[in-house]
Design a protein around this ligand. Structure first.
Ligand SMILES: *[C@@H]1O[C@H](CO)[C@@H](O)[C@H](O)[C@H]1NC(C)=O
Ligand SMILES: *[C@@H]1O[C@H](CO)[C@@H](O)[C@H](O)[C@H]1NC(C)=O
Ligand SMILES: *[C@@H]1O[C@H](CO)[C@@H](O)[C@H](O)[C@H]1NC(C)=O
Ligand SMILES: *[C@@H]1O[C@H](CO)[C@@H](O)[C@H](O)[C@H]1NC(C)=O
Length: 253
């Protein structure tokens, strides 16, 4: 029955996002975080994955793509993690979008234009990321397990597929080392869902740890729909992949 309502609920969710994502600031060092690097690949390059917020800034009244600051923030945060990011790298910029919403179009255009004019520096893509509208806590254990096991069949954001996609990009060799930069507007909710899923899948974190990390970066809790999607993904890792992972929500959930 719940599934019959999904389209309807999805519309409501979509509208609610329209109000959540309009106010986002410029590129912010507090949101830029090193996540992981590859071992040296066959050609000797190391690739890196980072999370962050919208790489945009205002210079003398003009909004620009904040390339120079982004590069310096990536290097600085790498340094804080004892990682030396090479001087030259290829930036794969993925913006997590919702729709896109009309309010997101100027930033999409900004990023598209930058890479159209500077294709030697990297490339730009968008991926829709909505979150889930079903709270895993609404279901009894048996239902929860059966939904978790079939997650790739119904989850809009298909986090299992998405993790494979980003993992493949990270591990693909290019002429230059790659920095995969995944962001949304705030670097909090959609980015929080994706990167929390990443650390659960590839770094063995529990759900509560991953959420606390998101909260500390966002400076607040993250959007309920993004939390639920991440918790469903945790349950998928537990029940479909037989991982020993704790999917209990954090104490201040
Ligand atoms: C911004 O304006 C100031 C004052 O006119 C000028 O000195 C500066 O070079 C400008 N900055 C850029 C990045 O254009
Ligand atoms: C970086 O290295 C310093 C010195 O060895 C160490 O104290 C620090 O904990 C390291 N930081 C990280 C994030 O690994
Ligand atoms: C997400 O972005 C990648 C490129 O980074 C693209 O190949 C892929 O088709 C996108 N997937 C979806 C579901 O939008
Ligand atoms: C997980 O365990 C179940 C039941 O023991 C088994 O059928 C399934 O193949 C396992 N899945 C994986 C990915 O190991």
């Amino acid at each position: 029955m719940i599934f019959d309502k999904r389209g309807f609920i999805f519309c409501i969710l979509f509208l609610s996002f329209a109000f959540i994502y309009v106010n986002a600031g410029d590129l912010d060092y507090k949101k830029v975080h090193y996540i992981q690097s590859t071992p040296p690949l066959a050609n000797g390059n190391v690739n890196y994955i980072f999370r962050g917020n919208e790489p945009r800034e205002n210079v003398n009244g003009t909004t620009i793509f904040a390339y120079d600051d982004l590069v310096s923030f990536i290097k600085q945060n790498g340094q804080e993690n004892n990682i030396t990011i090479p001087d030259q790298f290829y930036l794969i910029d993925i913006k997590l979008i919702t729709g896109p919403l009309p309010s997101e179009l100027p930033d999409i255009e900004l990023e598209q234009n930058f890479f159209a004019q500077n294709s030697n520096l990297g490339e730009f893509h968008t991926n829709n990321t909505f979150g889930d509208l079903l709270d895993p806590q609404w279901f009894d254990e048996e239902e929860q397990i059966s939904m978790a096991k079939t997650l790739p069949n119904w989850q809009k954001d298909d986090l299992q597929y998405r993790m494979d996609l980003y993992h493949n990009i990270l591990f693909t060799e290019r002429d230059l080392p790659v920095v995969l930069y995944i962001h949304c507007e705030c670097g909090c909710d959609r980015t929080g869902e994706i990167m929390a899923s990443w650390v659960m899948r590839f770094q063995g974190w529990n759900f509560a740890q991953a959420m606390e990390w998101d909260y500390s970066i966002a400076g607040r809790k993250i959007n309920f729909a993004n939390q639920w999607a991440t918790q469903w993904y945790c349950l998928y890792l537990q029940y479909a992949e037989n991982r020993s992972i704790d999917c209990t929500p954090p104490a201040n959930w």
